[in-house]
Design a protein around this ligand. Structure first.
Ligand code: ADP
Ligand code: MG
Length: 242
């Protein structure tokens, strides 16, 4: 579903990604972890074509991002993205947040968009809040709305960039529960997170990044084992956060 092929990226003269490669199969959940500044956000944003790259290619569902003929806005509309800060529109109700992009980007009629949006709101357990504004919801609830909004676009994959890092601890669980459910339903997911409980429970593979490189790309069990196969950097990282 996602094929990242030898991607390198520079910000001016600073190389932020060096020869990054990995594949994410359909229905696979891949956790990306690594120290702050290692390039995790940059890598995930290149997959959604929010950040350009200078070398290599990323093929999403058979479509090459490096091909200048690719309709990037169209592709982006099929790749769901959930950020650390929910980025809901504060002046729009929950229902309006859920329908806006469906109407503007996908060209759906407002009735269909509302039906689809509310169905997704139900899926994240927030139907009772459909007429509220984001500011009236807790952080955890806002993040669940952001997930419902992404799902309303019928994404072929979902990308998450530290979706629980900005939340108070007591709200982390409700967001992870929604993500666990999504994974169980077969959604293809690339998740930047330091929630190793989530990684252990639902991920199929773990990618460890350091200084712009994919240092480790292995199965979950390999990653969490103490085997010598794991790089010293990954071991050191795990010992600090576990
Ligand atoms: P992570 O998500 O792993 O913390 P990022 O992908 O955000 O890492 O950043 C990787 C590196 O790229 C960092 O050194 C960061 O300072 C740098 N960086 C990120 N965005 C920009 C930018 N727009 N311009 C220049 N440097 C950037
Ligand atoms: Mg980041």
């Amino acid at each position: 579903m996602i094929d990242i092929q030898n991607v390198s990226k520079w910000y001016g003269s600073f190389q932020v990604l060096t020869d990054c490669s990995t594949k994410i199969n359909k229905s696979e959940v891949v956790v990306v972890c690594g120290p702050s500044g290692s390039g995790k956000s940059t890598l995930i944003k290149t997959v959604n074509a929010l950040e350009p790259f200078q070398k290599g290619d990323i093929v999403v569902d058979g479509i090459s991002l490096a091909n200048p003929k690719t309709d990037l806005p169209k592709l982006r509309s099929r790749v769901g993205m959930v950020f650390q800060h929910f980025e809901l529109f504060p002046h729009l109700s929950v229902t309006e947040n859920l329908t806006l992009a469906q109407i503007k980007v996908l060209g759906r009629n407002p009735t269909d968009a509302k039906t689809r949006g509310l169905k997704m709101l139900e899926r994240v357990g927030l139907m009772a809040h459909k007429d509220k504004f984001p500011g009236q919801l807790s952080g955890g609830q806002q993040q669940r709305v952001a997930i419902a909004r992404a799902l309303s676009m019928d994404p072929i994959v979902m990308l998450f960039d530290e979706p629980t890092s900005a939340l108070d601890p007591e709200m982390v669980g409700e967001v992870l529960d929604v993500m666990v459910k999504l994974a169980g339903e077969g959604m293809t997911m690339m998740v930047v997170t330091h929630e190793m409980g989530f990684a252990k429970k639902v991920s199929h593979r773990v990618i460890f990044m350091d200084a712009g490189k994919v240092v480790e790309d292995c199965t979950r069990d390999e990653f969490f084992s103490n085997s010598d196969a794991r790089s010293p950097r990954a071991k050191e990282f795990l010992s600090k956060i576990l």
